[in-house]
Design a protein around this ligand. Structure first.
Ligand code: NAD
Length: 434
């Protein structure tokens, strides 16, 4: 099919490249000309395992193109996928200005009947609003259908998730338009859920809210474990074997971050508020999560005293492993708290240092190895469980740090290792080794 993807961020770019890979003729459009120039030269502006190779292959194969011109992008297309950002407004609601502006571009530049499908995460009712907006501005003789198709890929495994995801959700009011979107994705061999537009929009928010709830739940249990002498790893393994609960998303830590859970949970609270329902459960989930990184700093202060003037290392900055995305990263909260408390901070991340520099500026020292970051420090914090951090030999903390104190926000090491190597080791939901 002739497909255009609007927005070449984490979702749009992966979607465009994967659709080209299965043989569709894809144009990706973005307003950011620097990104488009990079993409046309075969370089990916984001880090995502496997993406750049597939991008180059399909650019060279001729079924993938990038442009910043709406005229070129929306001319003679069968399907247009909207994957622009829906960031958070100051009140927590979803900012739909990018959705509105891309809808206007589409209405002004389409030359054929087309199906517009919204992959961006949007509040219930947005697909209907976009349909009205496009209908009010498009050439009157062209019919446009709008289909909801929320995205569930995870950064760090986005390509695998696109080809082997748990489900593709298609919400349509027009059966035929929904069928065409089903055909579009048929090469992916992923189970399809067909529903109405509003239920489809709600599935996305409810999924993210449920996953966020699981994380805040296990983090609360972890805090209680610390106080009663239980071990969260054993507790999570014990409850996760119950199939009704499942063993995923039960890792205690310094909380969820990223470009989705924080904003989508807040947007759902707002959405509920709009229909006069106070979503108390989700409000608590958000509150628990906001406090989670600070709990680790408090533990550190209780053990080592004030952090002012102390040399501190922070390992891992991305919001999770295998991505360079720093948006709403819990590590960033740790970094900011440490800077504010007057520590001398050195940071390490295998991929996200460049993005970190945009946020943290000159307030920290950027290190390209774990050795460099921890050498001569008194305290090390772990914020992201990258493979190289998890596999870093624990004895090196003793060798390189002035005093080997590790505050691990992602439970990367076993307590036995910490005892054996005489490291002061404080983690989440487990006994401290002091
Ligand atoms: P992003 O911020 O990485 O990328 C959005 C892109 O859209 C930017 O490159 C921007 O320049 C471009 N853009 C803005 N207005 C445009 C316009 N009028 N025409 C063309 N391009 C335009 O966003 P993202 O992380 O890819 O997320 C996109 C949407 O998907 C959001 O609604 C998000 O909530 C949702 N989502 C994200 C993920 C994820 O893991 N990142 C997962 C599932 C769903």
């Amino acid at each position: 099919m002739k497909v255009t993807v609007a927005g070449t961020g984490y979702v749009g770019l992966v979607t465009g490249v994967c659709l080209a890979e299965v043989g569709h003729e894809v144009i990706c459009i973005d307003l950011d000309e620097i990104k488009i120039r990079m993409l046309n030269s075969g370089a990916s502006p984001i880090y995502e395992p496997g993406l750049e190779d597939m991008l180059v292959k399909n650019l060279e194969g001729g079924n993938l193109r990038f442009t910043s011109s709406p005229k070129l992008a929306y001319n003679q297309r069968e399907v247009i996928i909207i994957a622009v950002g829906t960031p958070e407004n100051p009140d927590g609601s979803a900012n739909l200005s990018y959705i509105d502006s891309v809808s206007q571009d589409i209405a002004e530049h389409i030359t054929e009947e087309v199906i517009v499908t919204i992959k961006s995460t949007v509040p219930v009712g947005t697909n209907d609003r976009v349909k009205e907006l496009i209908n009010s501005r498009k050439p009157p003789h062209l019919q446009v259908e709008v289909v909801s198709n929320p995205e569930f890929l995870r950064e760090g495994s986005a390509i695998k998730d696109t080809f082997e995801g748990d489900r593709i959700v298609i919400g349509s009011a027009n059966q035929q338009a929904g069928d065409i979107i089903e055909d579009l994705y048929s090469p992916f061999k992923v189970p399809i859920v067909r529903t109405d537009i509003r239920s489809s929009e709600m599935i996305k928010y409810a999924s993210n809210a449920f996953l966020a709830t699981k994380i805040s739940f296990i983090n609360e249990i972890a805090t209680i474990c610390e106080k009663v002498g239980a071990n969260i790893e054993d507790v999570a393994a014990g409850i996760g074997l119950d199939k009704r609960i499942g063993n995923q998303f039960l890792q205690a830590g310094i909380g969820y971050g990223g470009s989705c859970f924080p904003k989508d949970t807040k947007a759902l609270v707002q959405l509920a508020g709009n229909v006069k329902h106070k979503f108390e459960l989700l409000e608590s989930v958000i509150k628990v999560n906001n406090n989670q990184p600070r709990l680790l700093i408090e533990k550190a202060k209780a053990i080592v005293g004030e952090l002012k003037g102390r040399r501190v290392a922070l390992l891992g900055l991305a919001f999770k492993p295998n991505t360079d995305d720093m948006r709403e990263s819990a590590s960033l909260v740790l970094a900011k708290e440490l800077i504010e408390s007057g520590s001398i901070v050195s940071v390490y991340d295998p991929i996200a240092l460049e993005n970190a520099r945009k946020v943290l500026g000159d307030c920290v020292k950027y290190c390209t190895s774990i050795d460099e970051a921890i050498r001569g420090t008194e305290v090390t914090f772990i914020g992201t469980e990258w493979k190289d951090i998890k596999e870093y030999p624990i004895n090196r903390f003793k060798k390189l740090m002035d005093t080997p104190r590790v505050f691990d926000g992602r439970n990367c090491y076993s307590l036995e290792e910490a005892v054996e190597h005489e490291i002061n080791y404080v983690s989440i939901g487990r006994e401290s080794v002091l």
